[in-house]
Design a protein around this ligand. Structure first.
Ligand SMILES: NC(=O)c1ccc[n+]([C@@H]2O[C@H](COP(=O)([O-])OP(=O)(O)OC[C@H]3O[C@@H](n4cnc5c(N)ncnc54)[C@H](O)[C@@H]3O)[C@@H](O)[C@H]2O)c1
Length: 442
């Protein structure tokens, strides 16, 4: 019985039946959820979902047996496991599913799940193909199911702080945003381990391939699927999408209208067909929430140092950096205009300075003439976990039917420009994006 149906029956039960029901409600009223694709992030999502009060982890689907065995090792033998996610969608007692498969399965499973009456938490990027974005939006609308996309920073108190500061005018008029995600390790560059027991017996290879081109069993393509365009979405779909989500949340922006990306495969020449360095340039037009501004994104897997990621919002009166916390550096507007007069004749220079000093009397350098640069630092409490908050937001919406923070339209408005960055990189073209319709122009 679905959660909403159980809820209805409980609400409409007669008073005499209440004590018994109230008792069973504590146990039964839990939201039963399943995880489809229980690898690295699937286990992470499951842990956050299990930590959310009022949930019950009921089932897991994966096409690699080792991951299903591991799920039972962690969550107990009673856990229902299957290689075929459709068995999970057919179960009436499952209220919600987490979709944490490789990217090329996201749209299909999310849509099938909503049509089967499940609420869905789907990992980022919401879709692998831009054209699928509006199909997911339409399916959510048609079925009335809740869909949350998994870019957890949208639920972060750090991003909420940045949003509040931006809205209060803390940096004045925004003109530029820079953001990066740089890494310098094999694991950071997606060289994940391949299990020793990977074989056609332990892996349902055809179900991994799905709609991707048919090819013989080759475990590296499953366990390092991000390296291949057939299943993943490159650094843009993996990481730019997080940056777009965070940016759109902070600014209340819906997307750029011009997109250009460049980059290259410079270091990790391990057979991958996607770049390990990418830079994207984006023009955002003015909206009610923000002025027109430029955005510059970078992912670099050949970074000389450790992992770094964050934003720099550059405004007329200050700079706000957003990473693990928020730092606001206020810089009051310049009061001494520049005087670049060295190329004028001596007589003109003297004449110029005479007129200039009438307006701007000379000020002796002193403590009082020093520019006030004020820095404020905001840090979340130690151990703060935005992923938990993102799942809490999802399961609360499953209960209350109120909107989530990151619905399907938000999802495609972040994934679309990220995927268009790949299209620009591979074609060498500047692309026009319609942020309101969330689709490529022309
Ligand atoms: N929100 C985040 O911060 C974050 C972090 C990491 C990954 N992710 C996203 O999570 C998703 C999974 O990434 P990952 O790193 O966990 O990959 P992974 O390879 O570790 O896990 C994917 C799992 O899906 C399984 N799978 C493949 N096809 C399947 C199918 N048809 N049905 C059921 N299971 C299937 C694989 O066997 C594997 O166990 C990706 O979309 C990725 O972008 C999000």
């Amino acid at each position: 019985m679905s959660f909403s149906r159980r809820h209805f029956i409980l609400q409409s039960a007669g008073a005499a039946a209440l004590p018994a029901l109230a008792q069973s409600r504590a146990a039964n009223d839990k939201i039963q959820f399943a995880t489809i694709g229980i690898g690295g992030m699937g286990f992470g999502d499951t842990a956050s979902a299990v930590a959310t009060p009022g949930t019950q982890f009921a089932a897991a689907a994966d096409i690699y047996q080792g991951r299903l065995d591991r799920a039972k090792e962690i969550y107990g033998n009673a856990l229902f496991t299957t290689r075929d996610y459709k068995e999970i969608l057919a179960r009436k007692d499952i209220d919600a599913v987490i979709v944490a498969t490789p990217d090329h399965w996201h749209a299909q499973i999310a849509i099938e799940a909503m049509e089967a009456g499940k609420d869905v938490y789907v990992e980022k990027p919401m879709v692998q193909q831009p054209a699928d974005g509006l199909k997911v939006v339409a399916a959510a609308k048609k079925t009335g199911r809740i869909l949350q996309v998994g870019s957890q920073r949208v639920s972060s108190i750090v991003y909420e702080k940045a949003r509040d500061l931006f809205r209060s005018g803390a940096i004045g008029e925004l003109n530029l945003v820079e953001a990066n995600w740089d890494r310098n390790s094999a694991i950071g560059a997606w060289q994940y381990s391949i299990p020793t027991d990977a074989s056609p017996q332990t892996v349902d290879w055809d179900r991994f391939l799905g709609s991707a081109p048919k090819r013989p069993f080759e475990p590296i393509r499953l366990f390092r699927w991000r390296n291949y365009q057939d299943y993943g979405t490159g650094v843009a779909g993996d990481l730019f999408v997080h940056l777009f989500s965070g940016l759109h949340h902070i600014l209340g922006a819906i997307g750029p209208d011009r997109i250009f990306a460049s980059g290259g495969l410079r270091f990790w020449k391990d057979g991958r067909d996607v770049p390990d360095i990418m830079m994207g340039l984006y023009d955002y037009s003015k909206t009610l929430n923000h002025p027109a501004f430029n955005l510059c994104l970078r992912v670099n897997f050949v970074n000389g140092a450790g992992e770094t990621s964050g934003f720099r919002f550059v405004g007329s009166e200050g700079i706000m950096t957003v990473g693990n916390g928020v730092t606001l550096t206020k810089q009051p507007p310049e009061t001494e205009p520049g005087t670049s007069i060295g190329t004028f004749s001596k007589a003109t220079q003297e004449q110029f300075m005479k007129q200039y000093r009438l307006k701007h009397p000379a000020r002796k350098a002193s403590a009082a003439t020093m520019k006030a640069v004020r820095e404020e630092v905001y840090s979340p409490p130690p151990g703060y976990n935005d992923h938990r908050d993102h799942h809490a937001n999802f399961f609360s919406a499953v209960r209350t039917r109120k909107p989530v923070v990151e619905d399907a339209l938000f999802g495609i408005r972040a994934a679309g420009p990220a995927l268009a960055s790949n299209a620009s990189y591979f074609s060498g073209k500047i692309l026009a994006w319609d942020p309101s319709k969330a689709e490529l122009k022309g």
